[in-house]
Ligand binder design. Structure first.
Ligand code: TNX
Length: 722
């Protein structure tokens, strides 16, 4: 009886892992005959120095015994063989035992991850209890990484991402053999690391909105929003990551992106009479004054503590997107420029960089910086460059001889949206997993010499839009990261040995199951649609379920057969597989917009750079010259009353609730010229479904200020009646 049950179980597990593709692709994989039977009686033996990895493995698999002496038959052995090299490993599954030999402990860790991929995906939740034995087909896998820097950046500054979530991502990244976590710890909207000598940086600067001197920028106006890591928590996090072969590289973004610390320490800004009236008295400037000598004392305190806390040899000091006009208006900076015989803001940034560089070196560390530092001409040869802006910046940094982390936004910024109508930024590109895979050193013309300067690849998630997506739940972040991170891992670990179609197939057939086992709410590729002769057909090639909705706000139904309709714009489709979901997809007709003639008036003045006519002509957004006060308004008046099924009104930026009417009400005037309440703004926008022809539409602010020196307004998005 028992035998039969075991036989059935083996059969049902077999298709899960027999022949499953390993991701990232190993260098060599040689199948052998037979299989190893993993049972609850298995023994784990490990080299004495691998005790912590043995503990780690015991968190996932049950062993009857763990020993740090010689390996025994019928078990798993973890050994170190330095001849294999850094991070490399050999995983041998034989009928009598499994041996994971690593060049170092990182190599053993990587081998363990590959072993996990040979097991049913319950392993990731620690739910694989070998009460029934699991058969692992015999194989010999020899593997080593292409790059020793395989990184992921998380911006915990704009949206606070706390310890439990960061630990979860460390686990998820490490399952993909990612070995660096770049933590963006300070930016305009938040300071996230305790500094013992300056407790005010977190007491005050870790919070924004409400009564904080740091104003909310991305919504959450009244709520005091934030959080920070204590040094003790970070020590534990560094250790947690180290066990998982991940090094944490901290970043404090300097000398720009510093509005938060400048709100706590206003004296670090340039000293000149600055007009704060456009932001209703709020000092929106975000750069450190280069000429103020005391600033370097404060920086020595801050960076000194960071250098002592983090074992990483590099400390990232930012350097991106500095608004140098502040320096140009500062008498002290100008005097410094005269003394130094320089004329450009970038050169001033170079002076700042040199000063911070000296602080780091005095603490035994080297600087890591964004690609702008190459332009300053002051980055020393042993500094590390992170090429973010575009591919060109990576080409330039490597040509200049810098060790470079390649992460151009157009392939590696996972805050970019994945198709045009999904959430996320689009300033660099709109790309999904395939777009990430399209990055190619040869195609972009990196010479052999330049490629030698590449230390590795990195993905990034910037979080200014995340704050408005329920950051308490991981759905949005999971969706933005996966499966793009799987692609990053493939490229950084193995190069790109397969064509996209083959890799995509393996991702779906072998890795979706694992991602679901890790409880990742990842993004599926959307269903393909065909609308022909009044009939909608939807198909997927990943085994997921197809669902559809009719009209907005209706419950989803399971799609089982083609749908007959002559109103295709009413239908939207998506697919689901366990916790994963595809974006919505629909016939173009659903998204068609009309652009009736309209005039825009406002209680606020337009800025010459982005005048109101852009919005009237449905071209792009407009800017005002100051933030709004309660009572400020925009009014759209149509040349003819318009008939439509939907009007979307949006103050602020697209996909990012910044420069909005923090709160506001919307009124519509129909044919009688009287304005009637039609809705309230939420995060600066609202969708209206008027039931009569609309003559005019008015949006009125009900809160003073928005944390910016201006308001932006998007063109109306109007959908035809049908
Ligand atoms: C540019 S990347 C930035 C970030 C933004 C990001 C949004 C970089 C070094 N600077 O401050 O969050 O774009 O994609």
């Amino acid at each position: 009886m028992k035998k039969t049950a075991r036989f059935v179980l083996l059969l049902s597990l077999a298709p899960l892992f027999a022949g499953a593709a390993i991701l990232p692709t190993p260098k060599s994989e040689i199948p052998a005959g037979g299989s190893f039977r993993l049972t609850a009686d298995a023994v784990l033996s490990h080299a004495p120095e691998l005790e912590r990895l043995a503990d780690y493995l015991c968190g996932y698999l049950h062993f009857a015994e763990v020993s740090d002496s010689r390996s025994a038959d019928g078990g798993v052995a973890l050994v170190v063989d330095p001849s294999l090299g850094e991070e490399a490993y050999e995983l041998t599954v034989r009928p009598d035992r499994i041996v994971i030999a690593g060049g170092d402990s990182g190599g053993v860790f990587n081998g363990i991850q590959t072993l996990f991929e040979l097991l049913p995906s319950e392993i990731y939740a620690g739910r694989l209890r070998q009460t029934e034995e699991v058969a692992i087909p015999c194989v010999r896998i020899s593997d080593a990484p292409k790059f020793h820097y395989r990184g992921m950046m998380l911006d915990v500054a704009r949206t606070w991402i706390g310890i439990p979530a960061v630990k979860r991502y460390i686990d998820l990244f490490s399952h993909h053999k990612i070995n660096k976590l770049h933590l963006h710890l300070a930016d305009d909207e938040g300071w996230r690391i305790e500094i013992l000598s300056h407790p005010e940086l977190t007491e005050v600067g870790a919070w924004r909105g409400g009564d904080s001197p740091v104003q909310a920028v991305y919504g959450k106006w009244d709520e005091k929003y934030g959080g920070f890591f204590t040094q003790q928590e970070l020590r534990e996090l560094i250790d947690y990551a180290a066990v998982r072969n991940i090094e944490i590289i901290p970043e404090i973004d300097l000398p720009g992106h510093s509005r938060d610390i400048a709100c706590v320490h206003p004296e670090i800004r340039c000293d000149y009479p600055h007009d704060t009236s456009p932001a209703l008295g709020y000092d929106y400037r975000s750069a450190w004054c280069v000429a103020r000598e005391e600033n370097y004392g404060l920086l020595a305190d801050i960076l000194g503590e960071i250098c002592r806390l983090f074992p990483s040899p590099y400390i990232h000091i930012g350097g991106d997107e500095v608004e140098t006009d502040q320096w140009m208006q500062c008498p002290d900076c100008r005097a410094l420029m005269r003394r130094e015989g320089i004329t450009e803001g970038m050169q001033l940034q170079g002076i700042f960089l040199s000063r911070v560089d000296s602080i780091l070196r005095a603490n035994g560390k080297l600087p890591a910086t964004w690609n702008e530092s190459v332009e300053t001409g002051r980055l020393r040869r042993d500094g590390r460059v992170y090429g973010w802006a575009d591919v060109k910046s990576c080409l330039k940094a490597t040509a200049a001889g810098y060790e470079t982390v390649v992460m151009p936004a157009c392939h590696f910024y996972f805050d970019m949206r994945q198709t045009p109508r999904e959430d996320g930024h689009d300033w660099a590109a709109v790309f999904d997993a395939e777009g990430c895979y399209a990055f190619d050193f040869d195609k972009y013309g990196f010479s052999a010499d330049q490629q030698r300067r590449v230390v590795g690849l990195q993905g990034a998630f910037w979080s200014e839009a995340y704050v408005s997506h329920h950051p308490e739940t991981p759905d949005y972040l999971d969706y933005m990261l996966f499966p793009r991170l799987c692609v990053l891992a493939e490229m950084a670990w193995s190069g790109k040995p397969k064509p996209w179609t083959e890799f995509r197939r393996e991702l779906i057939d072998s890795h979706y199951e694992r991602l679901a086992g890790m409880d990742v709410r990842f993004r599926l590729f959307p269903p393909k649609l065909r609308y022909e002769k009044g009939c909608f057909t939807a198909t997927v090639d990943d085994g997921s379920e197809i669902w559809y909705t009719v009209d907005p706000d209706t419950a989803a139904c399971r799609y089982t057969a083609p749908l007959r309709t002559d109103e295709p714009y009413r239908y939207a489709f998506h697919s689901r597989y366990r916790g994963a979901r595809s974006p919505e997809t629909a016939a173009e007709a659903r998204y068609r917009l009309i652009t009736p003639e309209v005039a825009l008036t406002s209680s606020m003045r337009e800025s010459a750079k982005a005048p109101f006519e852009r919005v009237e002509q449905y071209r792009s957004f407009a800017w005002t010259t100051r933030a709004c006060r309660s009572g400020d308004w925009f009014c759209f008046t149509f040349a003819q009353p318009i008939v439509c099924r939907e009007i979307a009104v949006q103050t602020g930026n697209r996909q990012l609730p910044k420069a909005i009417f923090t709160t506001g009400r919307v009124e519509i005037s129909y044919d009688d010229g009287i304005f009637e309440p039609a809705g309230e703004l939420e995060k600066g926008s609202v969708v209206l479904r008027p039931d009569r022809p609309v003559r005019a539409l008015r949006v009125t602010a009900t809160t003073d200020g928005n944390g910016c020196p201006f308001v932006t307004l998007q063109p109306l998005r109007i959908k035809p009646e049908r």
